[in-house]
Design a protein around this ligand. Structure first.
Ligand code: AR6
Length: 167
């Protein structure tokens, strides 16, 4: 079985060791998948996030999962799309890679990613998927853990793009 799996579902329902949040630098919640994660996890998550004092773009920080089925939430900050000449691809790659490093340090066998930066942050979906898949493939080639990576595509356009790129 491939170590990369495509899923069309709500990320907050994933029974994995870690889910990744598409957060912002404040790490204090927001809309989109971030809002959904905070609603499903309950107030304990926000409380822990306050103690982290934010996160820079292209990086990530880990918390507990609280009322989520996932044990951990890894809060990643993807770049806002500003046309592509401001290092967006490197920053997006770095966000995915940092999540995988953190997951590996915490012995997470399974991790589920949303399509970071492709909602409010406006990153073109196909280009974002190419960066995400290359970051994950490179990491998996060099590391045994995580064993399994899920891409959870909520919107049909992202799902179709990943389906194409994964076949
Ligand atoms: N499960 C899986 N994917 C989802 C869900 C869900 N429940 N809800 C939305 N998506 P976005 P960004 C998808 O906007 O672009 C927040 O306000 C959605 O279809 O959540 O990185 C943060 O606080 C899209 O493909 O994240 C930041 O301020 C993907 O998640 C900002 O938005 C990402 O869309 C981050 O923007």
């Amino acid at each position: 079985m491939s170590r990369i799996q495509l899923v069309k579902d709500d990320l907050t329902r994933m029974k994995v060791d870690a889910i990744v949040n598409a957060a912002n630098q404040s790490l204090l919640g927001g809309g989109g998948v971030d809002g959904a994660i905070h609603r499903a996890a309950g107030p304990g998550l926000l409380e822990e996030c306050r103690s982290l004092h934010g996160c820079s773009t292209g990086s990530a920080k880990i918390t507990g999962g609280y009322q989520l089925p996932a044990r951990y939430v890894i809060h990643a900050v993807g770049p806002v799309w500003r046309g592509g000449d401001l290092g967006e691809a490197e920053l997006l790659n770095s966000a995915y890679e940092t999540c995988l490093q953190i997951a590996s340090q915490h012995e997470c066998k399974t991790i589920a990613f949303p399509n970071i930066s492709t909602g409010v942050y406006g990153y073109p979906k196909r280009a974002a998927a190419q960066v995400a898949l290359s970051a994950v493939n490179n990491f998996l080639e060099a590391n045994k853990v995580p064993e399994l990576v899920y891409f959870v595509c909520f919107d049909p356009e992202n799902y179709q793009i990943y389906q194409e790129l994964l076949t």
